[in-house]
Design a protein around this ligand. Structure first.
Ligand code: COA
Length: 192
């Protein structure tokens, strides 16, 4: 995996998260509307925790604008123990780049990486009112698998429903064909 990729005319580069990006990533999370931060389980307001991600070997990528600022973030986390065939995706795009295709590109990148790592089931947790996220992941072949009522609290204490969307990877290569992802995998497989 090279970790980098050019994203069309939008001029956004996808890079595997490393220590050089962490200050910009902390600024990105700090600048997000509160509701958008809800979906990330880690404490993204803690700069020390965010800096630690670059060192912990986890699968995380940032979408970088021409100015070096982070415009999007995606992570793939394998679940532990008896669910270690399952990969969970987390995705957020900053307000200044919304609606320009970055979310779809980051999501496809993460799906490709998750399938290539051997995961046979992919899941994403979406706050029920997040229509954009629902549409994006449904378009990538995810389907609603569970609705967890009053499952999370936002910072004001209000209870919100959480949807679990899932994608089954029956046969790795056919699934990647379905998603139109082989080219992306080829790029990522090129030695750095
Ligand atoms: C979901 C999110 C990542 C989308 O990012 P984005 O870069 O704006 O999305 P894209 O421009 O790539 O759009 C991809 C598709 O998503 C859907 N979509 C995007 N914005 C939408 C909106 N405001 N309303 C409805 N659908 C929308 C569309 O299906 C779109 O495809 P189309 O352009 O062919 O119609 C972004 O809204 C976000 O960060 N939301 C908060 C965090 C979150 O909910 N994350 C998901 C759970 S992990």
């Amino acid at each position: 995996m090279t970790g980098t990729d050019q994203v069309g005319a939008a001029g956004v580069t996808i890079a595997a998260l490393d220590a050089a990006h962490t200050d910009a990533l902390v600024r990105f999370f700090a600048g997000l509307p509160e509701g958008d931060r809800t979906f990330i389980k880690e404490d993204v307001t803690d700069p020390a925790a965010v800096r630690g991600w670059a060192e912990d070997g986890s699968a995380r990528w940032v979408g970088l604008g021409d100015d070096g600022e982070v415009d999007g973030y995606v992570a793939v986390r394998r679940l532990p123990g008896w669910s270690d065939h399952v990969a969970e995706l987390r995705l957020v795009v900053g307000p200044r780049r919304r609606g320009a295709g970055l979310g779809r590109v980051l999501a496809r990148h993460a799906v490709t990486e998750a399938i290539a790592s051997g995961a046979t089931k992919l899941v994403v947790e979406v706050v029920a009112e997040q229509g954009a996220a629902l549409a994006l992941f449904t378009g990538l072949g995810f389907r609603g698998e569970a609705l967890l009522e009053d499952h999370i609290r936002d910072r004001s204490g209000q209870l919100r429903d959480l949807m679990v969307l899932a994608h089954r990877v029956d046969a790795t290569w056919s699934a990647m064909d379905t998603l139109g992802l082989p080219e992306a995998l080829d790029e990522d497989a090129t030695p750095a």
